[in-house]
Write a protein that binds this ligand. Structure first.
Ligand code: NAG
Ligand code: NAG
Length: 173
């Protein structure tokens, strides 16, 4: 049997098999196997995150959320990052940003963390728990592909603060 890809098919399939079950006709094999459960299940999230700092890093990332499970070019995507800092983060702190599409490096650059020009934060960020909310517009022209983004935070004195990384697969809208 061919793969079934349209969203209406799982419901039709279930109806068809349920109807068959009420008759004496023996069910075709695809009413009995479990291939349709894959089609029936919700599409998987197309992103993941990971704390890429060390256990000794002053900033530990505790959670990250995307507003969209399946981001597509042209979407506004809100990323919420929660973390705990053991130190005050002062003006002059910066993020080294690495963005790769597949193996191609898109961005490899430092951006100020505190002045609001690149990130939705203002300093000082006192030691403790913080939540940073950033909304970004994914450009219409961004290729549908797998992306990797890594944010390495440093203090004004270039001390490593923490790290968070993301894998995102943009899908066709
Ligand atoms: C994204 O946000 C901008 C600015 O708020 C808005 O004009 C635009 O319609 C939004 N796009 C989508 C796809 O929601
Ligand atoms: C900036 O952060 C504030 C507070 O968390 C939030 O309400 C606001 O929507 C954020 N702005 C953007 C552009 O992400």
């Amino acid at each position: 049997m061919k793969n079934i890809t349209t969203t209406a098919m799982p419901a039709l399939h279930a109806l068809f098999c349920a109807a068959l079950a009420m008759t004496s006709v023996s069910s075709p094999f695809y009413c009995n196997d479990n291939t349709m459960q894959v089609v029936n299940s919700l599409p998987p999230k197309r992103w993941s995150w990971n704390d890429c700092g060390t256990p000794e890093s002053p900033v530990q990332i505790t959670d990250a959320q995307y507003s969209l499970d399946r981001p597509t070019p042209g979407d506004n995507l809100t990323i919420t990052i929660k973390g705990t800092s053991g130190v005050d983060i002062e003006d002059g702190a910066y993020l080294d940003v690495l963005l790769k599409m597949e193996e191609f490096v898109y961005i490899d650059q430092a951006y100020p963390l505190c002045d609001g020009s690149s990130f939705n934060t203002s300093c000082p960020l006192k030691a403790g728990t913080h939540e940073i909310v950033n909304t970004i517009a994914i450009p219409d022209t961004m290729p549908v592909a797998s992306y990797y983004a890594r944010f390495n935070a440093y203090s004004a004195g270039h001390d490593e603060l923490g790290c968070v990384e993301f894998h995102v697969k943009l899908i066709q809208g």
